[in-house]
Design a protein around this ligand. Structure first.
Ligand code: ATP
Length: 368
């Protein structure tokens, strides 16, 4: 954090001065330098990974925020050493932004509601957990928080604990997955009509004030669309990347296109697209029938250079699983649905858990 004697303390509240050529040149110099710092697992520079945000240069001082997982905190020292090599820099401040205990944070988003975003988040969490990962699921869909019901936790009460760093929500647990949801704080059947600053505060609390313990993956189920709530969440959290869910119809695809642009604008890598309700499997012969049309997900993936991570069939057992609180990927991992989510979980593990010379998933995520 910047000390009170730093120029940033004054600058926080002041109207930003017009950019001067010297500051602009220095900013370019700093960015170029930061681009030489590689995240060792993804083997990609920290600027392209969206880890560096809020870069500001005031006179001879540099300030930036570094959004990282618990295993990446050593990057701070590397950055400070590197910036100290600039002959004009008197001091640099790197504010570490992380979620305590969490290694990899991934958001699940969709351009519009009802396309299966929560279904994807829940089944992916189950697939990652089944592969031996410690997994948390944060239901940040303030407009329709239905993760608790999908995991059989609908009526549960949330506990609060005192910790050395303040009070924290205690996540609930379902099928070995730690779960926190805005829905758990609202009375049943009560609309969640939070707006503006209240919404911002609740979301920020959810990101920072949950006692997750040690997690390999934290999945965040975002609200649909590209509004204030989504932007707050992606800007306030150390998200490594976002998975976008769509259906094959043209209208859903257009919404996802908008979402992808929004994420790329704020510098969050897009890990790929999940096409849900891609086809209906014939109950007799097993032939796939693309009742909502076909090719939408692949077309979008090609156009936006984001990989198509999987195509999930329509299966009535998904709804049944949602109602009884057990994701289909857990109750029937060998089903076509279970296999799609297992494949995606393996791709994520390969990308985020093993040092590698730029996996296809990581490489394509960074195309702007
Ligand atoms: N592949 C599928 N086959 C059958 N039913 C599905 C499938 N995917 C989702 N559903 C069902 O569609 C409904 C909407 O799914 P879900 O709640 O996951 O969508 P969502 O995008 O999260 O919606 P919202 O944005 O409104 O929260 C649920 O009843 C779910 O069980």
């Amino acid at each position: 954090m910047p000390s009170h004697s730093s120029p940033f303390h004054k600058a926080e509240h002041a109207v930003p001065p017009p950019p001067d050529p010297q500051s602009e040149a220095r900013e370019l110099q700093v960015k170029a330098l930061l681009k030489t710092v590689l995240e060792p697992i993804l083997n990609t520079d920290i600027v392209s990974l969206g880890m560096v945000r809020n870069l500001r240069i005031v006179e001879d001082y540099i300030y930036l925020r570094l959004y990282v997982g618990k295993h990446q905190q050593a990057l701070k020292a590397e950055i400070l050493t590197l910036l100290s090599s600039l002959e004009w820099c008197k001091k640099s401040y790197v504010e570490l932004c992380t979620i305590a205990g969490v290694r990899t944070t991934i958001a699940v988003s969709s351009g519009k509601g009802g396309v299966g975003k929560s279904t994807t988040a829940v089944n992916l969490a189950a697939a990652l957990q089944a592969q031996g990962n410690k997994v948390g699921l944060l239901d940040a869909d303030v407009y329709g928080p239905n993760v608790p019901q999908m995991l059989g936790l609908a009526q549960s009460a949330v506990q609060i604990v005192d910790t050395p760093t303040g009070q924290r929500f205690v996540p609930l647990e379902a099928h070995g997955i730690k779960v926190m949801s805005v829905g758990l704080l609202a009375a049943p059947d009560h609309p969640l009509a939070w707006r503006g600053p209240v919404l911002h505060k609740i979301i920020t609390q959810f990101i920072q004030e949950v006692a997750w313990g040690d997690l390999d993956y934290l999945l965040i189920d975002l609200p649909p669309g590209t509004g204030d709530a989504q932007i707050t969440i992606v800007q306030e959290s150390p998200i490594c990347g976002v998975i976008l869910v769509t259906t094959p119809q043209q209208v859903a695809v257009a919404d996802v296109r908008r979402s992808i642009h929004m994420f790329r604008q704020v510098g969050i890598p897009v890990l790929g697209i999940v096409e849900n309700m891609s086809y209906l499997l014939c109950g007799h012969c097993g032939t796939p029938n693309p009742i909502f049309g076909s090719g939408g997900g692949q077309q979008l993936a090609d156009e936006l250079q984001a990989p198509l991570l999987g195509q999930v069939p329509i299966d009535a057992k998904i709804c049944a699983g949602g109602d009884i609180g057990t994701p289909l990927t857990l109750s029937d991992p060998d089903s076509a649905v279970g296999q799609v989510f297992t494949t995606i979980a393996i791709a994520l593990n390969t990308t985020f858990a093993t040092p590698n010379p730029l996996t296809p998933l990581a490489a394509s995520a960074l195309v702007a």
